[in-house]
Design a binder for this molecule. Structure first.
Ligand code: HEM
Length: 508
């Protein structure tokens, strides 16, 4: 397992290089922040160390994070610290919504991603996000939120549907395919079409997939510690990033030289790339071409594995649960009877119809609950106190790494009935178990200060994709139900997911 992945950063966090790189800073912080007030606060969390820590790390690698963390939880409770010898690192795990508030809502000056995401700088570019100061990053994240809001999504649904329709028109009347491969390809096409515009998609077919693939391949464990180490994978990553920058800036240049997107001139005001071009910092300055290209790459990257992982899990669960599948197909048939659907005009699908796909929405959300793709890790700059469900108080010292265990939270039986069972009704009206339990119960898109800007975009993209597939094909799993592959960028089904399909005939 040598690929550095967001899940690896989390799941093997106790052994990983990120922590080494921060050790010096953390120690300094600990000294600075250990004021008398901090000393007088509640006790620190119980600690797993020495042989216990070795067993914990081994369990992570052998059984996966859910079982490994739950085992520690059974011994130590819902807040505990993994501590390495010589103060090399201290990672505190927070389990449950009661202890999650500070993690998600406190200001960045108290707890933040800190330097953990610095490995993204050669991927996204030096002028954006984790390569710039906090204030600039906040403004750039605001630009992201602006382009991903419902108004832009409304304009994007047709483009997504067109890409999906085009892609699956290549399938025959029946056949067998690797669903993972197919969904990854089509999601890349829908995302690039929405974020980069039509002209780019048409001029560089296939190239984007290849270049983003090189960015993925450039993520190795060592990249977390030394992102600029001149290894072949990093060199290929850098070449791909440069080429992506050139392609995107060429489109920006063409747009700047034309009247497209200027206020009131044409339909391109709704295009996400154009919205980025039109964005302004608080001081009135526009982003440079390199900054826009960096944000586009970051957005594509943020959505690439997350969306494909979730769409595959959604499919795997649906195809393994005939009752839920039947409910979703019935919903599609009902919606498509009154609007464009199981014909060759699917690209006329609209945003409101996607919003009405409630059964499908619950299925995607349930897949997200069972398989949250992203881990949430922060660095505490100041101590903070949490109170567990059982009423125990702990003070987490400044300097600790802190992990919000999204996966474990999603399997808590006092929040979700039969947490191991795929049951989309958990989120249906009348149950809504996440809402009943309150804030921080469903965390796949994070929450609070750094909540995912792409949540609505992702749901829309995944729903459009499955809506088209289920409206147009009967699909059956050929492979057995897959295990989880923990060593990939996003925990995804292990191996190929082979399905057979048969084109549905139009309803009479
Ligand atoms: C199923 C798909 C996705 C999932 C599960 C997901 C999940 C997440 C999570 C958990 C975070 C917060 C990470 C943290 O707290 O450390 C996050 C942040 C973010 N996501 Fe997503 N994401 C998805 C798709 C997307 C897409 C498609 C985009 C853009 C097109 C996107 C853009 C972002 C951005 C910009 C942030 C940073 C927000 C900030 O730092 O304030 N995401 N995402």
């Amino acid at each position: 397992m040598d690929q550095l992945t967001s899940s690896t950063v989390f799941w093997l966090t106790t052994a990983v290089a990120f922590l080494l790189i921060n050790t010096v800073i953390l120690r300094a912080l600990q000294k600075r922040k250990s004021s008398p007030a901090a000393a007088a606060a509640a006790a620190p969390p119980p600690v797993v160390q020495g042989v216990g820590l070795v067993r914990f790390v081994r369990a992570m690698a052998r059984d996966g994070p859910l079982e490994a963390i739950r085992e520690q939880q059974a011994k130590l409770g819902s807040v505990f610290t993994a501590s390495a010898p010589l103060g090399l690192f201290k990672v505190t795990f927070l389990i449950g919504s009661e202890v999650s508030s500070h993690f998600y809502v406190a200001p960045d000056s108290e707890i933040s991603m800190g330097r953990l995401y610095e490995f993204t700088v050669p991927i996204f570019g030096p002028g954006v996000l984790y390569g710039v100061d906090l204030e600039t990053r906040k403004e750039q994240i605001r630009f992201n939120w602006d382009i991903l809001k419902p108004r832009s999504l409304k304009a994007s649904v047709g483009a997504m549907a067109e890409e999906v329709e085009n892609y699956f028109s290549r399938w025959g009347d029946q056949g067998t395919v690797d669903l993972k491969h197919e969904l990854e390809q089509v999601l890349m096409l829908t995302a690039s079409r929405c974020l980069l515009g039509k002209e780019l998609r048409e001029s560089v077919p296939g190239k984007l997939c290849e270049l983003f693939g090189e960015l993925d391949n450039g993520l190795h464990l060592i990249s977390g510690l030394l992102p600029y180490l001149p290894i072949p994978a990093h060199r290929r990553r850098d070449r791909a990033r440069q080429r992506l920058g050139e392609i995107i800036t060429e489109v920006i240049r063409l747009r700047r030289n034309s009247s497209r997107g200027a206020a009131g001139t044409d339909e391109n005001n709704d295009d996400m790339l154009q919205c980025l071009i039109n964005s302004r910092y608080k001081d009135g300055c526009a982003m440079t071409d390199a900054e826009i290209a960096g944000l586009v790459v970051a957005l594509m990257f943020a959505g690439k594995h997350t969306s494909s992982g979730v769409s595959i899990w959604t499919g795997v669960h649906l195809l393994s649960n005939p009752n839920h599948l039947a409910a979703v197909v019935a919903e599609q048939d009902r919606l498509m009877a009154s609007c464009p659907g199981r014909t060759d005009d699917y690209h006329r699908l609209d945003y409101d119809t996607v919003q009405e796909m409630r059964s499908l929405h619950c299925c995607v959300k349930e897949a997200l609950r069972l398989h949250p793709p992203v881990a949430a890790v922060r660095q505490a700059y100041k101590h903070f106190t949490v109170q567990t469900k059982e009423g125990k108080e702990y003070t987490i010292p400044g300097g600790h790494m802190v992990v919000s265990t999204i996966l474990v939270n999603h399997y808590l039986p006092h929040i979700y009935k039969d947490p191991h069972v795929f049951d989309p009704q958990k989120f249906a009206p009348g149950r809504e178990e996440d809402k009943v339990a309150g804030r921080f119960s469903f965390l796949s898109f994070s929450a609070g200060r750094h909540a995912c800007a792409g949540e609505s975009f992702s749901y829309t993209q995944i729903k459009v994709l499955w809506s088209y597939l289920l409206s147009n094909f009967e699909i059956k799993m050929v492979s057995p139900f897959p295990e989880t592959e923990w060593s990939t960028v996003i925990p995804e089904p292990k191996g190929k997911v082979m399905v057979s399909y048969r084109r549905r005939t139009a309803p009479k």
